[in-house]
Write a protein that binds this ligand. Sequence first.
Ligand code: SF4
Ligand code: SF4
Ligand code: SF4
Ligand code: FES
Length: 684
Amino acid sequence: MERMIKFQIDGVMAEAPAGKNLIDAAELAGVHIPNLCYIKGMKGIGACRLCLVEVEGLKAPVIACNTKVKEGMVINTKTDRVQEVRKFVIDLLLSMHPLDCMTCTKAGGCNLQQYAYDFGLKESSFTRKKSGYPTDEANPFIKRDPEYCILCGRCVRVCKEQGTNVLDFMGRGIESKVITANDRPLQESGCTFCGSCVDACPVNALIESDRSCKGRAWEYETINTVCLLCGNGCEIIASTKDGRIQKINSAAASGSAEKYLCAYGRFGFDFIGAETRLASPMKRIDGELRETTWSDALGLVGDRLRKAGRDVGIISVAGLTNEDALTVKRFAQNVVGTRNFDTTMSLYADSDSFEKSDRADIDKADLIILVDLNPSQWERFLPALDASVRKRVSRGARLLVINSADTKIGEAATMNLIGDEISFLQGIAKALITKGVKADKKLESSVKDVEITEEMEKAATFIAEANDALIFSSPSLFASSANIALMKGKVISVGLESNTKGVALMGLTTEGKTFSEMAGIAKSKEKSERSAVKILYSVGEVPLRNRPEGIEFLVVQNSHLTGLAKQADIVLPSTTFLESSGTMIDYMGWMKYLRKVIEPQGESKSHSDIFIELSKIMNAALKRPSEAEVRKASKTDKKRAFSPFVKKDEFDFSPEELIESVNSSVINGSRLLWLKESEKSVIA
Ligand code: SF4
Ligand code: SF4
Ligand code: SF4
Ligand code: FES
């Protein structure tokens, strides 16, 4: 339980948890203290001096962002003295800022404009100073205009804390400028185009480059939902106007250091209207795919499925909502009568690891252990995990990286153990037992002959000392990593796709033929094998370029016309995650809600709706799963017990390969293609 502090603010008694600074404590009491350089969740740096308040008993005003609330404190936020200082600060800032609020893109969402309005300042009483620095707008994502910069430093701090470290100050005083290394454009600076700096900037100095004339902040309808493009399942806010998405931001609290989205989630949304987007169902006539009606397409599919029964196989991505996953399973079992259904999860994980994974909060962890994981903001592979881990480390948590290969995240580690993961885990387990940490008898006997090296000893000391150790493991090493968590801490199996955990809990896991068997994916990958089924129904953007051999009838249900879809007999257009609603469970174990941001394009329908309509045609009508059914299915009682230390490496796809493949339409159908091409040219 947090200790609560009682204080008085503007004549009203209030309470806040001990350790809060005055800005956050005041906010809890419903009082806003003006601020420009403060970022929630980070230490106040006292740069802008806008947050000055008076505290009874102290002669001079104090800076609220770096003063902690104390028992019995009496705070006044609106005295004449502090209002005068604030007005002076805003007046000075206006002297170095264009006063073009009538045409400025940020108008309505600009903190400086708001404070100028609050103080009735139309213009500055000081002489106008122009920075004269050029605008950086050579990339399709972020426009940097130093003319608007008020030197608050928020962008520099968020970029540093998340480990990308692209921005810094050059020069002194009002001559300073936020620059990249050697003052190069963003795309030549190691920038990942995550846009965290855009979320942090209080003015128009950093803004989405396509925002001009696309609507003001007050014209937008905002909808909170979840990005389904990778395992992180980041929460997003989509702003729409006239039924179109205008921008996407992180859904973390405004001005918070927790804000992070990668370029896929923030800037990839124009894939919705890509040229390859499917608008209506299609069927193959005389060797060519031609548009048809839903009733014709579903009638044909229903007919073939009814006749084929057990010869039908359904393969799907694991980035489906829980509702879609339950519907696919019920459709296969109860309508078609086949156990041949499986998802991409079986290409890189076994479902058991997700069912036995803990629920955890990374912000509580004081020791993070990454086992066989290589998250990277630069490669956009689990980028939000990379950013969150680096932020925790910069706030004092320890990081232990255990990987057979060298990793970029290793540079941020307190200890970077490169070598055989199993040997490290066994050695650490033995060292923990030697330190008196209680262990299961079987676990104890399995490591009795293991030799402990100095590194293992030190890693075990970190674990023994931690209050909240949190292990993130690849699914392949989950069982072995979980042996450590049997002694201390929590363990998470990190799924690559957005709802891998949810899909596992909903039971859309291998029962009959596997994904590889149905898709004809040969172990050697040099040539495809014959499919184990005759009729294949593919759901979502599966990593399959060619129609598997032996397939008599192929149905592809996806939002975009992929290479596989071009070879299908029937193509059914489905909605994207921004046009869908439902729930998902992230790998940390939290259920999140997807809300429909815009109406589906063309005639596309959600996966659930398509299967429900098909079930009616097949005379075995399904209902959309209720929230209660999803919640019931999401409860798991699978307990963890000791499991031999082994790495399961029989999976068919490398993680990076899979993520790129399931997001192929997003990358190739949006501005992200520029990123891919420009990165390629840098490497070349
Ligand atoms: S987009 Fe991300 S990486 Fe690039 S400068 Fe901004 S915060 Fe840093
Ligand atoms: S670019 Fe924006 S966030 Fe960065 S220092 Fe300037 S005003 Fe602050
Ligand atoms: S990290 Fe993953 S979930 Fe988050 S914004 Fe990027 S693609 Fe979406
Ligand atoms: S917000 Fe406190 S000094 Fe800027």
